[in-house]
Design a protein around this ligand. Sequence first.
Ligand code: NOJ
Ligand code: CA
Length: 680
Amino acid sequence: MRAALALLAAATALSAVPASARDDVTHKICSPNERLCFTLTTADEIPTYSVTRDGKPVIAPSRLGFMLRGDGKFEHSTALGEASFAQADTRWEQPWGENRWVRDHYREMRVPIVELIGGKRRIDLIARVFDDGVGFRFAFPDQPNLKDVRIDEELTEFTIAGEAEAWWITAGEWNRYEFLYNRTPAKQVGTAHTPISFRRKDDSLHIAIHEAALVDYSAFWLQRIDGQRFRTRLSPSSDGWKVRRAAPFETPWRTILIADDAPKLYAASDIILNLNEPNKLGDVSWVKPQKYIGIWWAMHLDQSSWHSGPKHGATTANTIRHIDFAAKHGFDAVLVEGWNVGWDGNWIGDHGRNFNFAQAYPDFDMDRVAAHAKVKGVAIMGHHETAGNSGLYAEQLEAAMDYYAKHGVPSVKTGYVADAGGVLHKDAAGKEIWDWHDGQWQVRHHLEVVLAAAKRRIAINAHEPVKDTGLRRTYPNWVSREGAKGMEYQAWGDPPNPPEHEPTLVFTRMLSGPMDFTPGIVSLTGKGGREIPSTLARQLANFVVIYSPVQMAADLPENYDKHPAAFEFIKRVPADWEQSRVLAGAIGDYAVFARQRRGGQDWYVGGVTDEAAREVTLDFAFLPKGKTFAAKIWRDGPGGGVGGDRFAMTVEEKKVTAATKWPIRMEAGGGFAIVLTPVR
Ligand code: NOJ
Ligand code: CA
């Protein structure tokens, strides 16, 4: 408090100085290794920041500001107050994750931005500079002229320096985050979701823009203004303004990852976690990574249904059959979709108004299923599809979570199937209101669900979610989410996801956090017998390449019975890691990952390629020196690949050490998977 007052005093003193007598104040903070620098100025009395690397521009001078309802624009006629500085170098442990340990190493600068005229309002900028990226946010201090803050727009700009290419999906459109990625010159981006990744033409510098700690605020879309100049456009709200908060408060962090290549860009994404608050839930040993199967793919194939009737999937007998299969093969859980009333008729068109989250269909005996699961040592993964009717779900939330808690269900997949802008809730008078999947109202809703679940030791995996901004650090029961085109598009998508999809996802969407992609369709066959453009080995690779602590083996049990060689890998691969490395990759082309089992000595390597067959050299230098490992390899066989025999797979065994280097070939749309176990 005293520090804040001192800053305010400094700012007030500054504002008293006539403009003619003042120099533009410039404040600068550089990364611990001094290579990345963030500079803030008020050239022309407009707050402007820039980012350099080794003295060369990465983000060219870019404006900052807000459109505030009733108070006008906050941008012109501003000056900077006195800066305060801080730094940290700590290490924290993830309860589950891609890496057990995360280093948080940065320098921080806080600078008041004050108006010289009018209301003399003040907004502080807080910037943290890491060796591989920058985060900055705005703090709205408590002040007489800015209390009930209604933000019509945030005017944070990002001008990418140097001609660049971009990988992005369109924002503000009907299918939320479920679009195929565009690869275009940066100057042809429209309005994009984040993370958006850029690669500079001359020096291959990789830059990704996103946000961290999206709490009680609206997500931003990145809208191109002109050239390579972008600005934040906040997701809309039914209120008219986009965000309403009472000061004091802080905005989410705006993040810029900066790296030499795609693998380093992925590694830099720890920044997103570091900018989130530490765990607020206390003991979270009850949050368990899970590998699961489910009553799921059959519905997407239209072989069974969510709704009641002769094709109903979630019957007691079918669930018990799945539990027995899971127990036999060592899976932790069985997802059961379509168990509760409300799916009959057009549940999407009717916006889920008939869902009841505590009432099962008559042919689904929850008590019996739960008792059987318990005996077999398998968990049920619950399911709450809302069709975007978050209001109805919120009304039933306590009852819905109590129902699952009573039946010992430790995790719930939620769903918000509705077009963008189709999140339904009611005002105090009972009038229906429509909001966005990534607006402030829904952002609050997600956290409400996560907290209600946490109270009962239940984990949440949200589909049709808001984008991930690293909140798993603060709320470790928010284990995964969808938020991109996943495997379901291989069942019925028109077109299906092309082979370049996963090597693009890894260096865009996956920078934000885990994805419930639901890999492992070993039948390589979608609805009505359509061919999935992938290979058998590639289906295995995805378990390593696409991270999620809840990892589904998505195919039908009978299909796994038909592919025992592939199934062996799926049974062995873990869903929780001690450490992870990106060995090689290029956005949209290919990606190779190595991950070590949490608490174990065994390593797993996975590689995926786009439509081009390619050979990569595997360098096993990540293994501990002086030890021999037995490698079991599942790779595309001769004549394999999309367009060839997608099922052709060579399984072989070899010995490797840290000194081994191997060429390994991936056929078109293919990949490989390897298990490495130490030899005694
Ligand atoms: C869409 C989800 O992504 C999918 O996994 C789920 O089966 C359906 N919604 C029904 O809830
Ligand atoms: Ca979906």
